[in-house]
Design a protein around this ligand. Structure first.
Ligand code: ARG
Ligand code: ZN
Length: 857
């Protein structure tokens, strides 16, 4: 069944109060629910409670057992005569057989929950929709030895022993919340405790719960949590509102983490870190996800979503907020580069493929399929554009108004935009198209200069491409930051200016342009669009050298590399001079100290194979790979001395987690990659030495990656050493699998298929499945190995995974769904696998939706 946004109707019954009583047991948990229900509006409809996978063992109304209830599908329908009743139900569920990891499930011997979006109905009967807000009181009883820790949302109320080996605890959450924010945890857990005093003086007790052996790996997350709490007070005026804030890390988790009120539950990979097991990238991701979940306390919990079509209301805004937090912790420019790289890797292809959808979708079959880069990351870009257009003060005023007006309610994207309008006086009528139109807008730009009059004209045009089900789109409002630079002097010829391109085309005139100008366009990536400009390789190289906006410098360099790679792929033309010169300049900027190492490391990286492929009418993965490897080899050879110099800078420094040390490690690892690409005879030894001497995971993993991509005796040795050293650390073993699945070697497809037989491989753990199956799907060349073996293998894995965990399976399908982007033999082979999946009886609706849309789109 397809759900449509326009069909929204307010709930017929509300549930002001909910009492839950859990008798916890991994194989048979009893759940008794006591709901106070109120008729909302004038109607005589029965109460309808969502359920999934269980049956009612008992139902009573106002204390009297009834039997005139019925099931419609899995919905429990209870006729009620009055306007206010107390409805009680009892069910039994089996957490240890819950392989979907939605609802109440077992992980590592502990019990935990995941309810967003529709997992609560797998725990008990309830109106499982985000606009039914209820106050929860939760009582848990469990074996005291197996489950010494009992946690739920809100504040702890009481606890005690029963004298029969069981104990109990009661929690109360005073803030009305939707069922998707419900959480409980029971298990053997150690806690890292700390505290935070809010600016109005509330003492908040903080706790991070993990298995005892992991306790030393929780400091970084705790630090990030406190920074987040202070940041939200300072930047958004948002304060925490309960006396406790708990986080629990679990190993089996379908995505990153979950913002349950007062009890965030995390995938352990976004909590656990120490220098020996986590990379700098992991450290940054942990801080970002801790911040993200914490920020949801306001953008998501205090103000939640009316319905799931509004998902980007909380996710887009919260990603925007966590991006701002991360930007403030280090280099804002490098953070922006990373976010744009991520957007191009994940969201642009979504917008260009069969699963394209607007940030506020019009329909869906399974909401889990809409936790996408579009909802999250394009959603964040849309909020960012509003902040750019309105300016920081008006944006903050709009945000204050939104939180103030909608506190304690379930709101819509429209409510958010209306607050921004009201607080700023701006008219965002046309801007709203960002919410309803899918597809990445394409902007054409050309610059004319009349030397005589000193006038320059920038001609801009826009086109929003057709996407499945959406054609002939209207122009959108594109905020483009623009500045001109003089090609002779390198001096700016204008101030930075914000151009709002809202028509299909427009011209912007600049006066007193005294020399030939070069335009720096979409600075800071002010609009999430594709730019097609008439700038030459020389212009781009010039900007890469002189632009005063570091992001724009990076962009110019990327465009230059991209143009070079496209020419090499399509025409086999290997004209690398401009790129080599620009990379040399940038590396010299690092040596002279003019540019920081983290920026240089990003700037000298070539666009990914996938991103190059995305620019082509039809992707030839082998040609893209050859072109890119050719350029890498050339850069490696022609700049070998510089790579060695970059590699030696900061070598031998003991580990520290500072922005400077991180930047140096990043540049070293990039340099090592280029050294290996050059074919230098000693590259494997250099990598091996780094691998052996590393005092941190960033260096160890960097060396391993280089070795795994090559052919050497050191390769096997490093894989063995790494495996044996970390055999008992699941998160590091994920890296071991993933590094091999991402390898650029010719035989990767076969190696990956063999790894699926490794005793440590399992589809039951989502991190492990993603490390091998997910990584293989994004390894463009390996996945598209001639003959289609990669397609068949992926389809087999997806079918096997779907039987256990539909959500995670459906997330790994998109690489197969891109069949239209490839030439006939590949397209047909990919399509055949999609059809095989679609034709398999009993597949989940999650996988069905993705497969059927991929076949149609
Ligand atoms: N709200 C969570 C977060 O962004 C993610 C929940 C994902 N749920 C899902 N069904 N995929 O932090
Ligand atoms: Zn979120």
């Amino acid at each position: 069944p397809v759900l449509r946004r326009e069909d929204y109707r307010a709930p017929e019954w509300t549930v002001p109060e909910t009492d839950l009583d859990f008798a916890l047991d991994p194989s048979a948990t009893r759940v008794r629910a006591r709901l106070s229900v109120r008729r909302s509006g004038a109607h005589d409809a029965p109460l309808r409670l969502d359920g999934a996978g269980q049956v009612p063992l008992a139902v009573s109304v106002d204390g009297v057992a009834i039997n005139d209830w019925r099931l419609e599908g899995e919905t429990l329908v209870i006729p009620l005569s009055g306007d206010a009743h107390v409805v009680e139900t009892e069910v039994e569920i089996a957490p240890d057989r819950n392989t979907q990891l939605m609802g109440l499930y077992a992980s590592g011997g502990n019990l935990c929950t995941q309810c967003e979006a529709e997992g609560f109905r797998r725990i008990t009967y309830f109106p499982d929709r985000p606009d039914v807000l209820s106050t929860y009181r939760v009582r848990m009883t469990a074996d005291a030895a197996r489950f010494p820790v009992l946690l739920a949302n809100g504040d702890p109320v009481a606890r005690g022993e029963n004298g029969d080996g069981t104990h109990w605890a009661e929690w109360h959450d005073p803030f009305p919340k939707p069922s998707y924010l419900f959480a409980l945890v029971a298990g053997k857990l150690a806690v890292n405790r700390s505290s935070f005093t809010t600016r109005s003086g509330r003492e908040v007790e903080l706790g991070i719960y993990v298995r005892a052996a992991d306790l030393p790996r929780t400091e970084h997350a705790m630090h990030a949590l406190k920074l987040s709490m202070a940041w939200d007070e300072r930047v958004y005026g948002r304060e925490y509102d309960l006396d406790v804030f708990n986080i629990v890390a679990v190993d089996d988790f379908n995505f990153g983490a979950m913002e349950n009120k007062g009890l965030n539950i995390f995938n352990s990979r976004y909590i656990l870190a120490d220098p020996d097991t986590a990379t700098d990238y992991d450290y940054d991701a942990i801080a970002a996800v801790v911040a993200h979940e914490y920020f949801h306390n306001w953008s998501g919990n205090r103000v939640t979503c009316r319905d799931w079509f509004q998902l980007s209301l909380k996710e887009g805004f919260t990603v925007y907020r966590d991006q701002g937090f991360s930007a403030d912790q280090g280099s804002a420019a490098v953070k922006r580069i990373e976010d744009v790289r991520g957007l191009r890797a994940a969201q642009f292809p979504e917008d260009a493929g069969p699963l394209a959808h607007p940030i506020r979708p019009e329909s869906y079959i399974e909401i889990s399929n809409f936790y996408t880069a579009t909802i999250y990351n394009k959603g964040a870009e849309v909020i960012r554009m509003m902040a750019t257009i309105l300016g920081p003060e008006a944006f903050r005023a709009g945000s204050d108004l939104y939180f103030d007006r909608f506190d304690g309610t379930a709101a819509t994207c429209e409510d958010f935009v209306a607050c921004m309008e009201e607080a700023s006086g701006a008219d965002l009528t046309q801007f709203r198209r960002w919410y309803s139109q899918a597809g990445t807008p394409r902007v054409s730009a050309s610059l004319e200069h009349h030397a005589g009059s000193g006038r320059a004209t920038l001609n801009l045009g826009q086109k929003v491409p057709d996407t499945p089900g959406q054609t002939g789109k209207a122009p959108q409002v594109l905020p483009l930051k623009v500045r001109l630079f003089g090609s002779e002097t390198g001096r700016p010829l204008s101030e930075e200016q914000l151009v709002l391109l809202s028509e299909p085309s427009m011209s912007v005139t600049f006066e007193t342009v005294t020399e030939r100008p070069v335009v720096s366009l979409n600075r800071g990536f002010s609009a999430p669009v594709v730019i097609e400009s008439d700038r030459t390789a020389a212009d781009l190289a010039f900007l890469a050298r002189t632009d005063d906006d570091p992001f724009a410098r990076y962009e110019a360099m990327q465009q230059l590399m991209l143009d070079t790679l496209i020419a090499a792929t399509v025409e086999g033309r290997a004209d690398h001079d401009a790129v080599v010169a620009a990379v040399a300049d940038t590396l010299d900027g690092a040596t002279s100290g003019e540019l920081d190492a983290a920026f240089v490391a990003e700037a000298v990286l070539l666009p990914s194979e996938a991103f190059v492929g995305d620019q082509l009418a039809l992707v030839d993965p082998d040609a893209v790979f050859r072109a890119r490897e050719g350029l890498r080899r050339d850069l490696g050879r022609r700049l070998e001395a510089r790579w060695r110099q970059a590699y030696d800078t900061g070598a031998g420094e003991p580990y520290s987690y500072t922005p400077e040390a991180k930047g140096a490690r990043r540049l070293r690892n990039v340099a090592l990659g280029y050294l290996a690409a050059s074919g230098a005879a000693d590259a494997a030894q250099v990598a091996w030495r780094q691998f052996e001497r590393a005092d941190n995971m960033t260096d160890r993993q960097g060396a391993l990656t280089t070795l795994v991509n090559g052919v050497s005796d050191e390769r096997e040795a490093a894989l063995d050493v790494f495996y044996n050293r970390y055999a008992d650390n699941g998160l590091v073993l994920d890296k071991w699998f993933q590094t091999q699945a991402l390898s650029s070697r010719d035989d990767t497809a076969a190696l990956v298929a063999a790894l699926a037989q490794h005793p440590d491989f399992t589809l039951a753990n989502p991190n492990r499945a993603r490390a091998l199956v997910g990584a293989f799907g994004v390894n463009q060349r390996a996945f598209h190995t001639e003959g289609g073996a990669g397609y068949r293998w992926l389809a087999d894995q997806l079918l096997a995974l779907d039987a256990l965990n539909p959500q995670t399976a459906a997330k790994l399908l998109p690489p197969l769904g891109r069949w239209r982007r490839f030439a006939p033999p590949r397209a047909a082979l990919m399509r055949a696998e999609l059809e095989r999946i679609a034709g398999t009886p009993g597949i989940s609706k999650d996988l069905f939706e993705q497969v059927s849309k991929s076949l149609e789109g």
